[in-house]
Design a protein around this ligand. Structure first.
Ligand SMILES: CC(C)(COP(=O)([O-])OP(=O)([O-])OC[C@H]1O[C@@H](n2cnc3c(N)ncnc32)[C@H](O)[C@@H]1OP(=O)([O-])[O-])[C@@H](O)C(=O)NCCC(=O)NCCSC(=O)C[C@@](C)(O)CC(=O)[O-]
Ligand SMILES: NC(=O)C1=CN([C@@H]2O[C@H](COP(=O)(O)OP(=O)(O)OC[C@H]3O[C@@H](n4cnc5c(N)ncnc54)[C@H](OP(=O)(O)O)[C@@H]3O)[C@@H](O)[C@H]2O)C=CC1
Length: 667
């Protein structure tokens, strides 16, 4: 792991490091290098400049240098008696002598250059063979005397040389450490993986950090080119191959591979790479997890557990959807509907383990269909990413905001952003300045993708362009500064929208309400006001002005390969009800942040793709990119409408407990 980061550092020079490593291949010589380096470093530290304060016998305060690079003599009166002096130093009264001396003798000389003899506000430090040589006559010391320190063992070594030697020692130790000793905090298992043939899977150009995590390099500047150092790193790694080779791994029995992994000679996540067979890798991983001595007492059943692993296309999963795979989770999928939406009918696929949920949504669909179906409207479409930035001060922070708000500034950002994708198009940048800290909420359409990877990539490029456009004092604290806001409840999503903002509406005839939903318009309207509006207000809800939007959102998300964690903001929903002039029920749901896609993420997996097919929205819409994802968002909102209608009817009729007992406790 450490090797991965070290090699990924653009500043690292592969050639001489390769030489160094190839000449320090075995553990013992390398240990010797480390030991010698450490000793040498400590030795040089012994000579660090140091000034000690003391009192002479007659009570005069004295300073004594124990710095071996200098001999400190008594000032003025006594100086003439010392013949081995080179310089006279002086500094303003109160100067931290130790710090001044460490800077350099020249620095101290400069400090005293404008001072005259007899100046009692100065202290003086004298070394050298004559205090008057070089035109620096220094005589007054304000009662501070300096005693010579003779015969210091290291007096031949200057401060500069010591520092240099120290740095060389540290560098030598740093380069020698990676192979035999894992970095602190890195598990043995990770370390073992770093020695795998052909590198280990985490060393990929796409996931390498842009700046070296061990350096203090600012993350602001875009990396020069991470690809080159990565290739160099691979070359270095290959030159240090540790057996077994990939062919040898593949020839081993499962048992042998399991044992190697348990002995920390193979990382759990490297199985696909070394075995070259993703199903076998999953099977072996189950055995490793089951037999790991550290967890065996609780994990031993995994191997033969009810979690299936056979007959699954893991090649689709790897590098896209999941790591350290041990199987897959079958979830029951039910369908509600067909639900009539904007004149077309859709079966809604719902993955859930909450009995009655599909039945309820289905009931809502039945009632809605009987009354003419749902109308949906897409109000807005834009995914967001809000990095946290930092400037030296408010002035620069505000300058950035004003600049990006100008057409010229925005066009620079827009060009950089749009250049990263065929489909992502920047819509706006909303900037909040809180002092030196700045939060910029980038909003963009992302075609048929949900868009988080796309927008992150675009924002990354935009920030680099911003730095080049005159804001190189901008520090990118984090690409995500929570002003996005992704996977967390936030008012900004509720107010401004994120993903697709959709409204759905239906008018349900009073007689259908009575027949299908066992309730009436007045009861429902009163219930909705009480529960979803007043009750939610009392609860301080943020987007939670509904009965169970998240039930339908999450079930459809799981079924269609959406990122399930985004149900947080996607479930934000305001349900409203009113009685029409004809005595029927008008019901609407307003959902400002439905985050869905029909390409990318989990939509690439066959079962999820099949559910998108069921809805007629799989993949990219060739005619109008983005339209499939927008349709899916509308379907989600329509499903929510059906679910709201049914649950609220059940609550109005007082049948909730009974229905759950019937559908949750029969198995
Ligand atoms: C369970 C029902 C639907 C029975 O409802 P019912 O009216 O007694 O059933 P029904 O036999 O008269 O049939 C009416 C329609 O319901 C559907 N339906 C009926 N049965 C099925 C079935 N087995 N499978 C599929 N669909 C079914 C179907 O559409 C049927 O029409 P039909 O096709 O016969 O003309 C009803 O009582 C109901 O919807 N209850 C509400 C349950 C519910 O919505 N639960 C949501 C989860 S609760 C929760 O998680 C969140 C919560 C509650 O805490 C949030 C909050 O704070 O509010
Ligand atoms: N990065 C992050 O911070 C986060 C990532 N995620 C994860 O990100 C993934 C989703 O990212 P997302 O960007 O949606 O998907 P992808 O990363 O899969 O990107 C979409 C890809 O599809 C291509 N594409 C082809 N046709 C279309 C089309 N019609 N419309 C849009 N794109 C098209 C895009 O092309 P092109 O290259 O031209 O753009 C792009 O390469 C999920 O796995 C999710 O869990 C979730 C939250 C945060």
């Amino acid at each position: 792991m450490r090797e991965e980061y070290v090699d990924a550092c653009p500043e690292a020079s592969p050639s001489w490091r390769t030489w160094l490593r190839s000449n320090t291949k075995n553990t013992s010589p390398r240990s010797a290098v480390i030991a010698v380096a450490a000793l040498a470093f400590l030795w040089t530290q012994g000579g660090a400049p140091l000034i000690e304060e003391r009192y002479s016998e007659d009570g005069v305060r004295q300073f004594q240098s124990v710095d071996y690079s200098m001999s400190v003599a008594a000032p003025t009166q006594a100086v003439t008696s010392h013949t081995n002096m080179h310089h006279a130093f002086a500094a303003p009264h109160g100067t931290n002598i130790s710090q001044e001396v460490q800077k350099s003798p020249e620095h101290v000389l400069r400090l005293c250059a404008n001072k005259g003899p007899g100046d009692s506000t100065k202290i003086m430090l004298i070394t050298g063979n004559n205090q008057t040589q070089g035109g620096y006559s220094v005589s007054c010391v304000d009662n501070i005397l300096f005693s010579p320190v003779a015969d210091h063992p290291n007096s031949f070594l200057s401060s500069a040389v010591k520092v240099l030697v120290g740095l060389v020692c540290v560098a030598a130790a740093y380069l020698a450490i990676p192979y035999p000793i894992p970095a602190p905090g890195v598990s043995d298992q990770h370390f073992a993986a770093a020695s795998l043939p052909n590198g280990h899977p985490s060393v990929k150009e796409s996931v390498l950090p842009k700046s070296c995590p061990f350096s203090k390099t600012s993350t602001t500047a875009p990396s020069a080119s991470p690809a080159q150092p990565v290739k160099a790193a691979d070359a270095v790694r290959k030159s240090n191959l540790i057996t077994p080779t990939q062919a040898e791994w593949q020839a081993m029995s499962d048992e042998e591979v399991v044992n190697k992994a348990i002995e920390n000679k193979l990382a759990l996540y490297s199985l696909e790479k070394v075995l070259g067979d993703s199903t076998r890798a999953v099977q072996v991983r189950r055995a490793i997890v089951a037999r790991n001595p550290r967890t065996q007492n609780i994990t031993s059943k995994l191997e033969n557990s009810g979690l299936p692993f056979a007959n699954y296309d893991y090649d689709r999963v790897l590098g896209a959807c999941c790591e350290n795979v041990i199987g897959y989770l079958p979830l029951p999928i039910g369908v509600a509907g067909p639900l009539d939406i904007n004149g077309s009918s859709f079966y809604l696929p719902m993955a859930t383990t909450e009995g009655v949920l599909v039945a309820s949504t289905n009931r809502g669909a039945t009632a809605i269909n009987a009354s003419g179906g749902v109308t949906t409207s897409l109000l807005a479409d834009g995914m967001t990413r809000g990095p946290a930035l930092r400037f030296p001060g408010l002035e620069r922070a505000a300058a950035f905001k004003h600049w990006i708000d100008t057409p010229d500034g925005y066009s620079v950002v827009e060009a950089a952003f749009n250049g990263t994708s065929r489909f992502a198009r920047l819509q706006s940048v909303r900037v909040a300045v809180t002092g030196s800290d700045v939060f910029a909420r980038f909003k963009a359409t992302t075609g048929d993708a949900m868009g988080m990877n796309m927008i992150s990539k675009g924002v990354d490029a935009a920030l680099a362009a911003i730095a080049l456009a005159g804001f190189n004092d901008m520090q990118v604290v984090s690409l995500s500064g929570n002003y996005c806001t992704d996977k967390k409840a936030a008012a900004v999503n509720w107010i401004d929208g994120r993903g697709k903002s959709v409204c759905a509406q239906a008018t349900v005839a009073a007689d259908v309400l009575r027949r299908v939903l066992k309730t009436d318009v007045d009861s429902l309207v009163a219930l909705n006001t009480s529960k979803n509006l007043i009750g939610s207000a009392v609860a301080g809800a943020m987007g939670g002005f509904n009965a169970h939007a998240s039930n339908i959102v999450t079930a459809i998300f799981l079924a269609t390969g959406q990122d399930p964690a985004q149900n947080v903001e996607s479930s934000g929903c305001l349900t409203t009800m009113s009685k029409t002039s004809t005595g029927d029920l008008q019901i609407s749901v307003y959902m400002p942040s439905i985050e869905v896609g029909t390409v990318g993420g989990g939509t690439i997996l066959a079962p999820q793709a099949a559910m998108l097919d069921l809805l007629g929205v799989r993949g990219a819409d060739q005619e109008a990119p983005g339209r499939n994802a927008q349709r899916l968002a509308c379907i989600v909102a329509a499903g929510v409408l059906a679910g709201e209608l049914s649950l609220l009817s059940s609550l109005a009729a007082g049948s909730l407990v009974q229905s759950h007992m019937a559908h949750n406790r029969k198995a």
